[in-house]
Design a protein around this ligand. Sequence first.
Ligand code: GDP
Ligand code: IMO
Ligand code: MG
Length: 432
Amino acid sequence: MPVLLKESIGVQLVLGCQWGDEGKGKVVDLLGETSDLVIRYQGGANAGHTIKIKGEQFILHLIPSGILRSHTQCIIGNGVVIHPETLLKEISELEEKGIRVSGRLFISPNAHLILPYHLLLDKAFEGFSGNQKIGTTGRGIGPAYADKISRIGIRMGDLLDSNHLKEKVCGNVKVKNLILEKIYKTEGVNAQKVIDSLLHFGEKIRDCIVDTSWMVDQEIQKGKRILLEGAQGTLLDIDFGTYPYVTSSNTTVGGVLTGLGIGPRKIDRIVGILKAYTTRVGNGPFPTEFEASLGEHVRQMGAEYGATTGRPRRCGWFDGMIAQYAVRINDIDMLVITKLDVLDTLDEISICVGYRYKGKQLDYFPTECHILEELEPIYETLPGWKEQISNIRDFSDLPKNTQNYIKKIEKIVNRPIGIVSVGANRDATIWI
Ligand code: GDP
Ligand code: IMO
Ligand code: MG
């Protein structure tokens, strides 16, 4: 098993092991230092990846976090769903901050577009769902992926042929407007406006469109170091997550293969990101969720508000059952623990080491929501360390109780922990 995390190797994958927001952006930025190509392969602007460099904060939704390293090239693979305005805004905001995007960003012609009717349908559907609402980010993700699977989606490559684009958009708008107006009793969209804005987007972005699967293969053959940036987290996976309270893509390891077009044997190392506690935005079961006052305390300490929607994140204890599940589903080689500093003030810290359901202990994480709602977490409680650790850079300098907490997690997941993050800034990092 590869162990030297700081030494980059061929193709490396970073993905979330919980319900997203584990700190993937920070880790991708760290590993970006020794990568040549950084790639997003699934999800869309529902993602919010935060990177903090010497106090300056960047939040990326669509462009890979590696863009902040000036030597990298970045790819948005076919598995991503792209909202044109968000992408253009993100590019111009980065360029305004002196980060060159032009000539460094490549996008698959097969990546699907998120159009105004997808956002309207996302919001309308949530509005109609009452207490079965998922609590989506409202970014049109589900409806865009639904069109992809229904084979009526509009893709980046369609932007290059205006007649064909117009025909497809008009056909889609007709049907979507019927649904919006007749079923949801809300306003539809104007086809011509949608087409005009897509043509404008196409003009701006046409030079970025390349066959990214072929490009990546070429780069791998040249021995370039590739970093794959997952969005969301294992429990938000459409197949392996807490369905239906999930996102609409495969956030687990398989998403790379279908969302980029490389073979499984090309991936040399899989790095899983675990927050030192658990958070979740949106609805759905959460076995280790804190009671209100502890939840509020940790939310404040960890600034747990969504990077995309600003919603308060629900917080809870570290869940070893989830961590083991993520390690198994993704075949993770190595883990990163983030936001350990957030626990500095706690007297005692609990870790969930098992689940009891109807009087019996479960062997593994169940994804069925009705079971997750009912089961009882089994906790082990460790003493807190009650001191500030954000300035520590060496594992051996961490308080003994902090070291014990990390060792306990390592024992549960049965994989090495390669990095411990003790602050949002790039340098607040302990390499083990
Ligand atoms: P992502 O979606 O997985 O990239 O994570 P987000 O960016 O949505 O959320 C993680 C938040 O925690 C961001 O605000 C980061 O700046 C911050 N963060 C990352 N690592 C640490 C850490 O070790 N300590 C603290 N206090 N904050 C961190
Ligand atoms: P990053 O990449 C946390 C959640 C939403 C909702 C569910 C479905 O920053 O970790 P969607 O808009 O995708 O249809 O919403 O998924 N969700 C995320 N939660 N981090 C994310 O991304 C998320 N992307 C989606 O809150 O519960
Ligand atoms: Mg996030």
